[in-house]
Design a protein. Structure first.
Length: 342
């Protein structure tokens, strides 16, 4: 039996034109309801964006593998909140880096009988059973950020993000352009498919020597200590590749403390990272547009419910990156980063 229970096959639906859905993104700059509550959420209802949809209220659960304090996910959540404000959606956001706990959060959303689920598949095998339960319950599920190799296998309707392997390969070529010869790829969550794919992609196209270094991303002092010791011990390392903006900023501190001349390059952005690119502390960053990922994930569920649309026709992912940011173009996005949307 086809396990896409209660969901019409996307192969029989046309792909939605995304551009039309994005024109109102700039109008929605207020937060929306969230499972965690707080001042921002309360203000969201008071500052609802102009042009809010008059469609029936629906509830969307967004469940990610975010670690506490990782500012990347603040940008994802901002995009989700802005889409929810526009679409008359109640957004229930929850996150846990532990895959088993994340799967339990999906079960909680099923029990709450939400109208849609947006989920990351950073560790797809651990999420498979929970996603299947959601689909059997008739809840449409979309993927974003993590799981580009698995979203179709697990029967998700759509996927939004960058192809991490492709992004890694592009990064490897960028390292060649920068004249790198001995690089270190820092993985802050071992076994996370997107991070492993990034470093594997870098290795595939980089002409020099590269080695992976695993650190505990939930303990930043430990990350700094491990990085400092590594670049101090191996003076041949000339570039440190990190996989998130907070880790890049920590790597800048670590290389300085170690007296290393290694340059820091990274995946992902936030406001502080943009400043670091401007100052030259970070040579280059890859932007996968997390705001867009969060926005499209929520908006796509609204489009599916109200008009039966499938982005990518349900056959292809919608890519949001990669794009390189360096001193030559950083000013073009700086104002958006200052607002927390890039």
């Amino acid at each position: 039996m086809n396990d896409r229970t209660n969901q019409t096959s996307p192969r029989r639906r046309p792909a939605v034109v995304l551009a039309a859905t994005l024109t109102t993104a700039a109008l929605a700059l207020a937060g929306c309801s969230s499972g965690s509550g707080g001042k921002q959420d309360r203000e969201g209802g008071q500052n609802a964006a102009a042009g809010k949809a008059d469609t029936p209220r629906m509830t969307v659960a967004m469940i990610t593998h975010a670690s506490p304090g990782d500012t990347f996910w603040d940008i994802v959540r901002k995009g989700a909140q802005d889409a929810a404000a526009k679409d008359n959606v109640k957004l229930v956001y929850s996150a846990d880096p532990n895959a088993a706990t994340q799967a339990n959060l999906v079960q909680n959303a099923i029990d709450q009988k939400v109208d849609g689920i947006a989920v990351t598949l950073a560790k797809p095998d651990a999420m498979k059973a929970a996603v299947a339960k959601a689909r059997r319950a008739g809840i449409p599920v979309v993927g974003f950020n993590g799981g580009i190799e698995d979203w179709k296998k697990q029967g998700l309707l759509q996927y939004f993000g960058q192809d991490e392997r492709v992004a890694g390969e592009a990064f490897g070529r960028k390292l060649n352009e920068l004249g790198a010869r001995n690089s270190l790829c820092v993985i802050h969550e071992q076994g996370q498919v997107a991070q492993e794919a990034r470093c594997a992609g870098v290795k595939a196209t980089f002409d020099g020597k590269i080695q992976n270094l695993y650190v505990n991303g939930t303990d930043m002092p430990s990350v700094k200590a491990t990085l400092t010791a590594k670049v101090k011990q191996d003076r041949a390392i000339d570039h440190v590749v990190t996989l998130g903006a907070p880790f890049a900023l920590t790597a800048v501190q670590a290389t300085k403390d170690a007296g290393s001349k290694a340059k820091v390059v990274t995946f992902d952005l936030n406001k502080a990272l943009v400043d670091a690119v401007r100052s030259g502390d970070v040579a280059v960053a890859v932007d996968q547009q997390p705001y867009l990922q969060g926005y499209l994930a929520v908006d796509s569920l609204w489009l599916y419910k109200t008009n039966g649309n499938f982005s990518g026709g349900g056959e292809a992912p919608v890519l949001t990156g990669p794009a390189f940011v360096d001193k030559d173009n950083v000013d073009e996005i700086a104002e958006f980063a200052a607002k927390g949307t890039r």
